[in-house]
Design a protein around this ligand. Sequence first.
Ligand code: SF4
Length: 333
Amino acid sequence: MAPVTDTLQRPMRDLRISVTDRCNFRCTYCMPKEVFGPGYRFVPRDQLLSFEEIVSLVRVFAERGVSKVRLTGGEPLLRKDVEKLVGMISAVGGIEDLTLTTNGSLLARRAAALAAAGLNRVTVSLDALDDTTFKAMNDVGFPVAAVLEAIDTAAEAGLGPVKVNCVVKRGANEHAVADLATHFRGSGHIVRFIEYMDVGSTNGWRLDEVVPAAEIIDAIDAIHPLEPLPANYPGEVASRFRYRDGQGEIGVIASVTKPFCGSCTRARVSAEGVLYTCLFASTGTSLRDVIRAGGDVGGAVDAVWKRRDDRYSEIRSSHTRSPVPVEMSYIGG
Ligand code: SF4
């Protein structure tokens, strides 16, 4: 089947599937406690896509050119038996890269089973190396040491090199940039520094709290000289830099100051089976309802992608803001 392209000739290559909107962290830039408190109504379990439904969707997307699947959340390891889902997806033809983004809290115990089930790699979020800052950002008092142990265990299980994601927010953790870069130099793992984004509508985002990628690079280059690297593949989200002394590489994801919508090949499906064509979208299309009605899922996906024209980050300003963009914890980042 010929790859489907959107109105900007962008194909679908990456499918991000959120398997739950629940999380055991309350990161202030994603799931602030004030909003996602005890009374918050998460997606009811019977509204979640079943594993069989998720796999049927992966097949449909693989037929249309998707070769990379990323499992996300909330926190995907909160979904019961997610190793079983990994095994089912890894058997789908055409899927060359199966990865998962996690906060690492449950990873140390699950890494070996995930790798055995067919997971290729993991991305672990870690916003600081000092407990004071990290606990303030995850807002549940989770310690750094446990995440570092999870990263080591994942690497031992063959899920490395691990990508370590750090969201940089001015006034919160800009000092952590140098700490994280220095800590992971020579480890083989790749730290990706992410500009703080106006995702969803609950994190109180302000432009003056964004630390631009250029400033992040300068801060690292001042202590560990860097040089740019070419992208690994078209549409790669992170800009890559290597340490001139050969001690590895880092990445920066600059959605605010250096948007990359022109090469965005990412489709996103929420835990209840709604297809979104942009991280900053406010509306989507329910594929679950099409599946459960025995309808033409492939046709529905084609129709949505062919009319896609998203490039929010390139035109980001007050007047282009979606009425109420979906929350990142719901759409899976
Ligand atoms: S803003 Fe939307 S279109 Fe642009 S890169 Fe992000 S997800 Fe893709």
